[in-house]
Design a binder for this molecule. Structure first.
Ligand code: PBG
Ligand code: MG
Length: 344
């Protein structure tokens, strides 16, 4: 009775008046309450781990601009896949480092059925059949000019590139790749890739299109990792999207979905969370985000300097991706995050 009749101080009365007595901090007081009302949680099932593969044997070679990230020879990529499967990571995305000697103007190594990515796919599938394998479709790891498409003078040709991409997707799918990820941003490629796969009886191979892929400064360390940084002449702004545009991402995604994409992706991630939210709200498709090499490098540089706590930083950022609408995230932090989530 005392408490009910007890008079709060004048300050408390004023705060009760402005808040209507609804004190927001009540739900934040304890760990159990915070966990109870948390709207979004990150799980191991949300993670796709991109790894770099390289020719040779028993090689695990660090990528200088991405502390903690390595290039693996096929045998060691199989070990990485086993580690990923043991952690419960659903999918591994493979990217090849291609020696300059294997590159040409046409990027023809892209559709060599025995190229590095196909060999890695076959080896991983044979050893660990239950992990999903995703392969990038774009010519940049294979071209001597570092572009995603075929070049004529200064122009990146759309239609002849699409033909090459179809051949690339086919050798990857035939090698056992589960998810084809066209990252090239040519027009019409999703539909022609679907047609090619179906025409070869590969109706179960999934397509995750890089639907909204922006011309970004945040790919720089990746280009180092696949060896195209020093090759690249000019930039990719005639095919990747302009970072000032949001509506265009909706039109891009609408096209890719109409053409048969099973899943769509936004890339980069952190500077484009608004795009992620809009695409998820508009299309209700399985929607993914790529936490790019530049985002990874930025965070790891701060971690290396002692300016950012890696565990807290990664959990916060990856959860933010999910809150924004991502069903999953391609992230170089995947194995570390999965190990921490598993240990909880
Ligand atoms: N088409 C190639 C490709 N696929 C994925 C990335 C970037 C990945 C990353 O930065 O982590 C790129 C680079 C680019 O478009 O130049
Ligand atoms: Mg498109």
């Amino acid at each position: 009775m005392d408490r009910i009749e007890g008079k709060a101080s004048e300050l408390t009365q004023r705060i009760d008046t402005v808040t209507g007595g609804r004190r927001m901090r009540r739900l934040r007081r304890t760990d159990w309450a915070r966990r109870l009302v948390r709207e979004t949680s990150l799980s191991i099932n949300d993670l796709i781990w991109p790894i770099f593969v390289v020719d040779g044997n028993n090689i695990v070679k660090p990528v200088a601009s991405m502390p903690g990230v390595h290039r693996y020879s096929v045998d060691r990529a199989v070990d990485a896949a086993r580690e990923a499967a043991d952690l419960g990571i659903p999918v591994l995305a493979l990217f090849p480092y291609t020696d300059p000697s294997r590159r040409d103007e046409a990027g023809s190594e892209a559709y060599n059925p025995d190229n590095l990515v196909c060999r890695a796919t076959r080896a991983i599938k044979a050893a660990i059949p239950d992990i999903g394998i995703m392969c990038d479709v774009a010519l940049d790891p294979y071209t001597s000019h570092g572009h995603d498409g075929l070049m004529e003078g200064e122009t990146i040709l759309n239609d002849p590139t699409v033909e090459a991409l179809c051949r690339q997707a086919l050798v990857q799918a035939e090698a056992g790749c589960d998810i084809i990820g066209p990252s090239d941003m040519m027009d019409g490629r999703v539909s022609l890739i679907r047609e090619t796969l179906d025409g070869h009886g590969l109706r179960d191979t999934l397509i995750m299109s890089y639907a909204a892929k922006y011309a970004s400064a945040f790919y720089a360390p990746f280009r180092d990792a696949v060896g195209s940084a020093s090759m690249l002449k000019g930039d990719k702004r005639t095919y990747q999207m302009d970072y000032g545009n949001g509506d265009e991402a909706l039109r891009e995604a609408a096209q890719d979905i109409a053409e048969g994409a099973d899943m769509i992706m936004v890339k980069p991630g952190l500077p484009y969370l608004d795009i992620l939210t809009r695409l998820k709200a508009e299309f209700s498709m399985p929607t993914f985000a790529y936490q790019t090499s530049g985002e990874y490098a930025m965070m790891m540089a701060a971690v290396g300097n002692g300016w950012l706590d890696e565990e807290r930083g990664t959990m916060e950022v990856l959860t933010a991706y999910k809150r924004a609408g991502a069903d999953g995230i391609l992230t170089y932090f995947a194995p570390k995050v999965a190990a921490r989530l598993k240990a909880r």
